[in-house]
Design a protein around this ligand. Structure first.
Ligand code: PEP
Length: 254
């Protein structure tokens, strides 16, 4: 069975004191929660990464990741951050392929594949984001788009490396818009993703891959979404910036 995970993508939000306060509130609230096999991942801005790894050190359920990494190992790429640097600060996950990176920073499929390779090379777990645009769903090509993203961007991995990855299905039209995929839409796409992984790799690998839902998930709708058979948790944007709502979302895991 796939691991249940709730991840918070802070995007370009929170200054130093705000970020530290949020972490201490979350760790404080979770301290007394006997939440079994829980895995939480926080994705702060790069600049807070090292400090937040330290702040989370006391709770093995909480992991820290970067929101991006460069597709090269090192070199003359001013302003960029390498996977090895992220690893050296004790972070162990990285978001790759978020729709904001794809659209605002023109990240192509080839670049994303390289970023995945860099993450694997430096022992970071890629949380690989895929999702269709509204016009693609309206044209009924959403399954084809998702299949292409998987095939062209991550299916070059060997089975052993693919097993290290987490997939996040984030319909682009649902990110930050307040629109959420209906339970039917989320379940059918998650089942499709799992079936596609099964065809490429194996049934066993598909069943063990965590497939997270992202897109306006909050503490009002998380329970219903997380109860779906092929949804293994969530990637949360806006609602991860408030400790109470984020912890309520974590507690919505079945
Ligand atoms: C995201 O940025 O990955 C996301 C899902 O954002 P939001 O929850 O705000 O829609």
């Amino acid at each position: 069975m796939a691991r249940k995970i709730v991840a918070g993508n802070w995007k370009m939000n929170l200054n130093r004191d705000e970020a530290f306060a949020l972490v201490s509130e979350i760790t404080g609230m979770l301290k007394d929660e006997e939440i079994r096999d829980l895995k939480v991942i926080l994705f702060p801005s790069f600049i807070h990464l090292g400090a937040i790894v330290q702040l989370c050190n006391g709770d093995s359920r909480i992991h820290v990741g970067a929101q991006n990494c460069n597709d090269h190992a090192a070199g003359a790429y001013t302003g960029e951050i390498a996977a090895s640097m992220i690893q050296s600060y004790g972070a162990n996950h990285v978001l790759i392929g978020h729709s904001e990176r794809r659209s605002y920073f023109n990240e192509s499929g080839d670049k994303l594949s390289q970023k995945i390779n860099m993450a694997i090379q430096y022992s970071l777990t890629p949380v690989f984001c895929i999702g269709e645009l509204l016009e693609e769903r309206n044209s009924a090509i959403h399954f084809k788009i998702i299949e292409q993203q998987l095939t062209n961007e991550i299916f070059h991995l060997s089975p052993d490396d693919f097993k290290k990855c987490i997939i996040a299905y984030e319909p682009v039209w649902a990110i930050g818009t307040g629109l959420t995929a209906s339970p039917e839409q989320a379940q059918e796409m998650h089942a499709f993703i799992r079936a596609t992984i099964s065809t490429k790799y194996s049934k066993e690998i598909a069943e063990q891959t965590s497939i997270l839902y992202g897109g306006s998930c909050n503490d009002q709708n998380a329970k219903q979404i997380f109860a779906l058979p092929d949804v293994d948790g969530g990637l949360i944007g806006g609602a991860s910036l408030k400790s109470r709502s984020f912890v309520n979302i974590i507690k919505s895991l079945p």
